[in-house]
Write a protein that binds this ligand. Structure first.
Ligand code: GDP
Length: 413
């Protein structure tokens, strides 16, 4: 049982959104690998370092589920929420986008923006999901970051900027240059366990690095006074100044920074994880969610994302589990729940009891005594809830808009 207080500023509730085949599965697997969790568990479970939902995806060839998995990177908790990529599952995409604080948008570096990426992108705009972009498959024949950035500008109408530039493309792709810290990450092998070597920028890339860094700074200067002053006075801009401006601009969805790699060749994932913790928001950076009026039951209102606030959350996924029956994945927006608590299911106007609170890891689960605002948990014991339902404090009810979607139950067995 775990019940230590949580530092929410070190939480990242993120999803990975992508066109089918762009490399979402490989990128997710590598993220789990490098965050250590699946590696460790994989050893225990004889090398099965994949999440249950990934096995399903691999078998079916498309992405269909929306579970959440918790993992760690450098002291930060990353809750990875599966965002289906297939166009038929748009409803599921919308449902999971709603509970995310940020996303990694994965693109195939040789294809740029593909039709379905546009749909998911617009959905993410609609739910105000801050994003960073990952151009995957930099090793592939035809990989072309300039083509990608242009297609993102044209087709997504996105304000995008390189945060990295590549060292070589296609089979010569060996590393990335970080335009913020002005250093290079070089992968000497494709070994999964190999950490990138951090080096000075090789001479032949220096001019390009300065040009693209300046482009990033000028783009950010439109949204950040400190950088604007530095640009006007031609003074030196520090890495910290860029980082601060970029974090703010990503959270406000003013800019989408681009990172590069090849998940298949184990390149680019560690710096991508650093970008997740540096630039994507924590639950505390997100504005309060607004409740809507449900006639005769509850008035409109707002809840701040703190543990002390009245409890509220949204059920975004139900999965059947061989051990405990139905698992209700919930994003907690405000307050705290304890095992045994009675809560109100506002949209069904029913009282529900939470008999267990679980945090799901790649191949494991952890039972919690309580969970608070900002967290993603799976709860057990609900009788009436369907996806999209609001659960809240009986004495202080609120209703978040019902998603009113069909409700498939997917087996974890
Ligand atoms: P998803 O459909 O978005 O989940 O994509 P997958 O992760 O299943 O990858 C789709 C295909 O692209 C698979 O055949 C992968 O082996 C391949 N792939 C994934 N990442 C890379 C990469 O970095 N480079 C290359 N060349 N192929 C990749």
């Amino acid at each position: 049982m775990s019940s230590a207080p949580q530092d929410l500023s070190k939480y990242r509730n993120i999803g990975i959104m992508a066109h089918i085949d762009a490399g979402k599965t490989t990128t997710s697997e590598r993220i789990l690998y490098y965050t250590g969790r699946s590696h460790k568990l994989g050893e225990v479970h004889e090398g099965t370092a994949t999440m249950d939902w990934m096995v399903q995806e691999q078998e079916r060839g498309i992405t269909i589920t929306s579970a959440a998995t918790t993992t760690f990177w450098k002291d930060y908790r990353i809750n990875l929420i599966d965002t289906p990529g297939h166009v038929d599952f748009t409803v599921e995409v919308e449902r999971s986008l709603r509970v995310l604080d940020g996303a990694i948008a994965v693109f195939d570096a040789a294809n740029g923006v593909e039709p379905q990426s546009e749909t998911v992108w617009r959905q993410a705009d609609r739910y105000h999901v801050p994003r960073i972009a990952f151009l995957n498959k930099m090793d592939k024949v035809g990989a072309d970051p300039e083509m990608c950035i242009n297609s993102m500008r044209e087709k997504l109408n996105a304000n995008v900027a390189f945060a990295q530039i590549p060292m070589g493309v296609e089979s010569a792709f060996t590393g990335v240059i970080d335009l913020i810290e002005m250093q290079a990450y070089v992968w000497l092998t494709e070994d999964k366990d190999a950490a990138p070597k951090v080096t000075e920028i090789p001479k032949q890339y220096l001019d390009d690095a300065h040009i693209y860094r300046q482009e990033l700074i000028e783009n950010l200067a439109d949204f950040d006074d400190t950088l604007a002053e530095a640009v006007l006075s031609d003074s030196k801009v520090t890495a910290d100044q860029i980082k601060n401006a970029l974090r703010k601009s990503v959270i406000e969805i003013k800019i989408i920074p681009i990172f590069l790699g090849s998940s298949f060749r184990n390149k680019g994932i560690q710096p991508l994880l650093d970008a997740v913790i540096h630039f994507l928001p924590s639950p505390l950076d997100i504005p309060p969610v607004e409740g809507t009026e449900v006639e005769g039951i509850v008035a409109a209102g707002k809840r701040s994302p703190t543990p002390e606030e009245s409890f509220s959350g949204i059920v975004f996924k139900i999965m059947s589990d061989p051990f405990v029956g139905a698992l209700f994945f919930m994003r907690i927006y405000s307050g705290t729940i304890k095992t045994g608590d009675a809560v109100l299911n506002t949209l069904k106007n029913k009282k529900e009891r939470i008999t267990k609170i679980l945090r799901m890891h790649a191949n494991d689960r952890e039972e919690l005594q309580f969970a608070s605002a900002g967290e993603i948990v799976a709860v057990v014991g609900l009788k009436f809830a369907t996806t999209g339902d609001t659960l809240c404090d009986i004495k202080d009810p609120i209703a978040y808009e019902s998603m009113k979607f069909p409700d498939p139950v997917i087996s974890l067995a």
